[in-house]
Design a protein around this ligand. Sequence first.
Ligand code: 6GU
Length: 265
Amino acid sequence: MKFVVLTIFPEMFASFWEYGIIRKAIETEKILASTLNIRDFAEDRHQVTDDRPYGGGSGMVMKPEPLAAAIRAAEQKAPSAPKILLTPQGRGFNQKIAHELAAFEELVFVCGRYEGVDDRIDHDLIDDEISIGDYVLTGGELAAMVIIDAVTRQIPGTLGGEDAAEKDSFADGLLEHAHYTRPHVFEGKAVPDILLSGHHEKIDNWRLESALMRTLMKRADLLQKKDLGAKEIRILKKWSRRIEDILKSYHRAHGERREGTEKKS
Ligand code: 6GU
């Protein structure tokens, strides 16, 4: 995967390329990363990339000529790449889009700054617009890093275990199960026995139950949307029966007044 990033702050990426999985992916040539400084494409003596907005108002606008020239230079470096503008007005980034972008061989990211880019930088020059959430950043650089990070870990061979990305939160519509490492007991809390049993099927079942539980507690909206499998339905029904039993005992002990379940006699 080749990433080309257009920015007026290429230095922001210097340390990003240098750590962890991203660094390793560059070293093993799973990804190729470069930046183009938009300022280098400004023709004037002071290499200005912004200007005051027509119609007045506060804030500055990114000038079209340097940006267009930079995008055309990026096209030379990555001819097959979709050119993606990072903007809060773009479609909302998520794991599905990360997966979708990982299928390309090249990606170009255009980082806007100031109040926005001149609107004539449009369909001829930009193929896609992405936002990383409903809040406003001072520029697209952090968003580009977020997306590059999420896309890189989708590329086979970039993570430790070969299938680690498939087990991710969201990959199957569930949050990930709980994880534990040594020590066996930490501040009085022991690791669940099953995980030490060496019984792989039981461990898998425990992990599925843990993933379902976490998703129910933290992100019930994901469960509502999910295409549940037979095992998952069995687990949810088991919990449902347990909750029913607890409520039944409670009502028996306290009389069945609340919850509108008064007995007819
Ligand atoms: Cl992609 N850019 C900016 N400037 N702000 C954002 C964003 C992008 N996504 C969320 N907020």
